[in-house]
Structure formats: structure tokens, C-alpha cells
Design a protein around this ligand. Structure first.
Ligand code: ADP
Ligand code: ZN
Length: 394
């Protein structure tokens, strides 16, 4: 399978469109629907449509937390299609390693898993990234589907075919771009998602609002207290549509996709220099504060929009306060952050470059036609002072 992705999003209410979509065009489909996974026969039908051939076997890959909650039901569904086995990993980022990929490859070989089999990745970003990587290298590539169970995976990491594992020299440093045949998103999985994991996804929602769609931002702004998860699940579909559209236009991450990296230059450097004590979600929220401030200082991000972003992020951070993480961020030094930021993939010739907004819902296009704006190291350092000042107010 090549890396080209025509990613098509369907709500499961219009599933008629699945069969009629031109097969050549649609390499990766995304299906969204509350309860899709639990409705009798629906999941099996969808998977067979997506696979389009006789299946020899299924292997569900998951972690032990998700397994406890959902594996019995999911394995049962897939057993209706064909012989189904379960591979379970310990939860957490430690599982996203070359070692566990090799172990999974060996388990697949032992199960006699072949090119006509299907891998089912049930879990959050860890399972999706690791399982996608295994799918891309086992026998030079087998088919897989994603069943994302975290908000972050549902609106971001399961879409677009980025796979990978962590290396001793950095996160996601070994990987491929390899599209799943389908992503089946069922928001009902989120009912069991812990609070901290939920905030990871909200960071990306704010990102979609600022980079691509002012309406998403306004919805978040209008949300008075972010009290219940159900207040946000209706936002999954618009977020997925943005990601799908961007990935379809830039499957290999060579241009447009960089806008989805907003908040991530600083975000990743906060995560890495805190030794991952700060979660991805909180780091990206801080990252957007800092990068938004830089965009404003450069005269790009207009003042009223910059202030709206600041207010929303402050409200989110205040609402979902997490002292350990905040302390970790507060104790960081900007020299350390700069070291990580300078190894960001958007940089060129050792100079920092960031994707920055003009307005809420619109990113700035640089003179060279890219979305990567050069940023001086001094401005980067000052943004950290600004973030700290916001933090102390929070
Ligand atoms: P991310 O999508 O943020 O990369 P991970 O794959 O690391 O997340 O998953 C985060 C944690 O949440 C893991 O401990 C995982 O087992 C757990 N988890 C994933 N999905 C669910 C769910 N639907 N309900 C409860 N816990 C979940
Ligand atoms: Zn992210």
C-alpha cells in the first residue's frame, strides 16, 4: 500500500455511501458513530466492507487497561468474521518501543498471521502508533484498522497513517507513514476515559479551532465549565473532518500538514524537558500560549484573537488543574527548552521555524509560500517568560 491517502469521513448514519464510494479513490475511510462498536453486526459488516476480500484471521492488539474494559466484546465481534487472537501489552509509553514491536512481530509469526489477515488496533495513541508501525513492516505490510479509544487518538493520532516507536534519542524517531484501511471512531469509548487523558485531546481541539476553524473555537469558548465529557463529543466529527482534509491534501507531511503542528514546537520541548512529567495535552496548551504570544509579537496574530486564545487556554488549565505537571513546567529552564526546540522537524539550517496564526481559524502563510515562520531564539526565550507569568496567574 502506498502512502497516498484519500481520507473520507462518514457518519455511520450515511453508511450507504461506503459501498458506493469508488474503490480506487478511497484508500482510508473514517467512520464515526456513537455505539458503532457495540451495535450487533455493524462492526463486522463495516470491517468486511473495508477489507473487500476474504479474511484469513484477525489479531486484536491492545493494552491491558483497554483489554479489561473492551477486549472481550471486540474479540467476540471479530470472531464472527474469522479466527481472532488477542495481543495485550502493558499500558503506557514504555510499550512504544522497538523491542515490543519485535515481540509483536514474533507473536504474529507464531500465530501464522499472513497477508490476508487483519490487524485491529484497539486503544489510544500508543497502541495506534506501535501497531501501525508493526502493520507497516510485518511481511512488508499488512492491512490494519484503528479503533481509537482516547479523545486524542479519535481526533488526531489515528488519522493520517503516521506510525512509530520511541528511540533512546527521542520520541517517535523510528516510524513510517502507512495508512490504515479504516478508522472506526466510537465516542462511547470515552465514557471510561480518565480526566487527565481527556485533557490531552482538548489541547488538540483548541488547535483545530485556532488553525482551521473559528467555529470550533467559538464552541469551546461558549462552553461554560467543561464539566462533562458529553459536552464535547459532538465536536469530534468536525475535528476529524479537518484532520482528514489536511491529510488528504498532504499525506507525506511536506507542507500544509505543518499547520497542525501549531503549539507543538514549544509543546514538544516542554514535554521532553520535563522528562514527560507534563502531559502532551497540557504541554500543547502551554505551547499554543507561547506560540500565540510569539505570533502576536511578530505582528501576525491580531490582538483581539490572541487575547481570546489566552483566555480560553487559561480557563481550561484552571479548570483541569494538575499541580505536579504545573510544578514540572514551572521549574523548566529556557536553555533546555531551546535545545529541544532546535531539533524540531520544521526547522531549517539550525533556525527555529513555527506554524503561527493570523486570526483564529487562519494560519499565516510565509513569503516562501510555506506555513513555517522563522522565529529568533530571543523571542522563543521571551515567550517562556510570558508563559510562566500566565502560569503564575492561573
Ligand atoms: P494517547 O492516546 O494519549 O497516546 P495512550 O495510548 O497512552 O494515550 O493511553 C492513555 C491511557 O489511557 C492508557 O493507560 C490506556 O490504557 C488508557 N485508555 C485508553 N483508552 C481508554 C478508555 N477508553 N477508557 C479507559 N482508559 C483508556
Ligand atoms: Zn499533538
Amino acid at each position: 500500500m502506498d502512502t497516498a491517502a484519500t481520507v473520507k469521513v462518514l457518519n455511520f448514519k450515511d453508511l450507504g455511501a461506503l459501498g458506493s464510494a469508488k474503490k480506487k479513490e478511497s484508500k482510508s475511510r473514517i467512520i464515526i458513530g456513537e455505539g458503532v462498536v457495540t451495535k450487533d453486526g455493524l462492526l463486522e459488516g463495516l470491517v468486511l466492507e473495508l477489507f473487500q476480500r476474504q479474511l484469513t484471521s484477525c489479531v486484536v492488539i491492545t493494552d491491558s487497561n483497554v483489554a479489561r474494559l473492551y477486549s472481550q466484546e471486540i474479540v467476540q465481534h471479530f470472531s464472527q468474521i474469522h479466527k481472532t487472537s488477542l495481543i495485550k501489552l502493558p499500558p503506557g509509553e514504555e510499550s512504544k518501543s522497538i523491542d515490543s514491536s519485535v515481540k509483536i512481530l514474533a507473536q504474529l509469526a507464531k500465530l501464522g498471521f499472513d497477508k490476508e489477515g487483519l490487524l485491529v488496533l484497539l486503544g489510544g495513541g500508543v497502541i495506534g502508533d506501535l501497531g501501525g508501525f508493526v502493520a507497516s513492516i510485518y511481511k512488508r505490510g499488512v492491512k490494519y484498522i484503528q479503533l481509537p479509544t482516547t479523545l486524542l487518538a479519535q481526533i488526531d493520532s489515528s488519522i493520517g497513517g503516521k506510525t512509530g516507536v520511541d528511540a533512546t534519542w527521542g520520541k517517535n524517531q523510528i516510524g513510517t507513514i502507512y495508512q490504515p484501511i479504516g478508522v472506526i471512531i466510537d465516542p462511547s469509548f470515552l465514557k471510561t476515559l480518565p480526566e487527565r487523558e481527556f485533557l490531552n485531546g482538548i489541547g488538540e481541539m483548541v488547535k483545530y479551532g485556532v488553525t482551521s476553524n473559528a467555529r470550533i473555537f467559538e464552541e469551546l469558548e461558549g462552553n461554560s465549565n467543561f464539566e462533562s465529557l458529553s459536552e464535547l463529543t459532538h465536536m469530534i466529527e468536525p475535528c476529524v473532518k479537518i484532520k482528514a482534509k489536511i491529510v488528504s491534501r498532504d499525506p507525506n507531511d511536506s507542507g500544509l500538514r505543518s499547520i497542525l503542528n501549531y503549539g507543538h514546537t514549544i509543546g514538544h520541548s516542554i514535554e521532553a524537558s520535563s522528562n514527560y512529567k507534563a502531559s502532551h495535552g497540557v504541554s500543547v496548551l502551554f505551547g499554543m500560549l507561547g506560540e500565540g504570544w510569539i505570533a502576536h509579537e511578530l505582528g501576525l496574530f491580531q490582538k483581539d484573537d490572541f487575547q481570546r486564545q489566552e483566555l480560553l487556554i487559561k480557563r481550561l488549565l484552571r479548570k483541569r488543574n494538575n499541580n505536579t505537571q504545573f510544578r514540572a513546567i514551572l521549574s523548566l529552564r529556557h536553555e533546555m527548552l531551546a535545545k529541544f526546540a532546535l531539533s524540531d522537524k520544521k526547522n531549517a539550517a539550525g533556525k527555529l521555524r513555527m506554524s503561527l496564526p493570523d486570526r483564529i481559524g487562519r494560519m499565516h502563510i510565509n513569503e516562501d509560500g510555506t506555513f513555517k515562520i522563522p522565529v529568533s531564539l530571543d523571542l522563543f526565550k521571551s515567550s517562556f517568560r510570558y508563559m510562566k507569568s500566565i502560569f503564575s496567574e492561573t
